[in-house]
Design a protein around this ligand. Structure first.
Ligand SMILES: [Zn+2]
Length: 121
């Protein structure tokens, strides 16, 4: 991958990371607000499940941010865009669709069919 392409993905990933951080900030704000607004037990129960849903979302966001950080590190050491498994290029279109991916499409589908076999489908 050439330096111009690396820069492009660096910008893309940095922007995505910032978006996630902004969303995470809003989620925390929403949690504090709704606590005040639902005093009775039924509402508290639904608040509780809302909160669990939010925590799951935040957990996913946190993992995605970690993946973005890893991708940014790979951009810095210029290993970005190479498949972790076979070492071949991942392909620009695949990276544009999923910039944090570490596997080329062939290795990814191998991995998926292996997972399906392990689950017994
Ligand atoms: Zn591969």
């Amino acid at each position: 991958m050439n330096p111009r392409q690396l820069k492009l993905f660096q910008r893309l990933l940095t922007e995505r990371r910032q978006e996630l951080l902004d969303e995470a900030g809003r989620t925390v704000g929403g949690m504090t607000d709704s606590k005040e607004n639902f005093p009775d037990p039924t509402d508290r129960a639904s608040l509780e499940s809302n909160r669990n849903a939010m925590l799951r979302i935040r957990d996913r966001e946190r993992k995605l941010i970690a993946k973005i950080d890893e991708a940014l590190t790979r951009i810095e050491d210029e290993s970005y865009g190479l498949c972790e498994s076979c070492g071949g290029p991942i392909g620009l279109n695949r990276l544009k669709a999923r910039p944090v991916t570490t596997l080329c499409i062939d290795c990814k589908s191998d991995q998926e069919s292996q997972e399906r076999r392990q689950r017994g489908y």
